[in-house]
Design a protein around this ligand. Structure first.
Ligand SMILES: [Mg+2]
Length: 223
């Protein structure tokens, strides 16, 4: 795989869940919390809510050609995204599931020496802060962009334009890293940003090499 064009990159904007950590058991509890919320809202059993959400996810995927986010499924079924996140904050216990990964901490520490690092997540600020703090990563980021900043879930062009403005990064200077292309990367790529799909920690750890290699090539080429 070729290196990323790091000569222009000044900032890296990471997705959080599924990107800076992966944990299926915790992801399952997020789905369960959404089920609890939807079942309560609609006055149905959780098993019914589960089927309804699965059917809705499939229908939206067929209509739009991309897999919808959990937020989109809940909103489609009449849910309120603010209430959904209130439910997440009350129910979710990331500290019980997630463990700091020294490899990721080391990677981010190294990257932070060369780039401005940010997190951009469809999670809410309270939970994202708890997760980043628990993973020992919070201090490595210059900024956190969360869904409750303006209640605009990824993917969203206005939210992305706002992030570029707030970070002061031109599109070519921004590298977006995420585990879902349609949610995390498609819009940044359309804006002209550099993107990197990372679905496993092993892929995330390759960032150092992918960014470093290009620099080395540049230096060699420049001599
Ligand atoms: Mg993600």
């Amino acid at each position: 795989m070729p290196g990323l064009p790091s000569e222009n990159i000044r900032g890296i904007i990471f997705d959080l869940d599924g990107t800076l950590y992966t944990c299926e058991a915790f992801a399952d509890t997020i789905q369960d919390a959404a089920l609890t919320y939807m079942a309560g809202l609609l006055g149905i059993r959780q098993t019914e809510a589960c089927q309804l959400m699965a059917d809705t996810r499939q229908r939206l995927a067929q209509e739009n050609g991309t897999l919808p986010t959990l937020s989109a499924v809940c909103v489609e079924l009449g849910g309120d995204i603010r209430e959904l996140h209130r439910c997440f904050t009350a129910l979710l216990q990331p500290e019980e599931y997630l463990r700091p990964d020294e490899r990721v901490t080391t990677l981010l520490r190294r990257l932070a020496q060369r780039f401005s690092l940010y997190v951009y997540t469809n999670n809410n600020r309270a939970l994202a802060t708890r997760i980043l703090t628990h993973l020992g990563l919070m201090d490595l980021f210059q900024g956190l962009f969360a869904i409750d900043d303006a209640w605009l879930a990824k993917p969203d062009e206005r939210a992305l334009a706002d992030i570029l403005a707030k970070t002061g990064l031109a599109p070519a200077e921004a590298l977006f890293v995420g585990d879902r292309y349609d949610v995390d990367l498609r819009v940044p790529e359309q804006f002209g940003c550099v993107v990197y799909l990372s679905r496993k920690v092993d892929q995330l750890l390759r960032l150092d090499e992918l960014l470093g290699r290009d620099t080395e090539q540049m230096q060699i080429g420049g001599v």
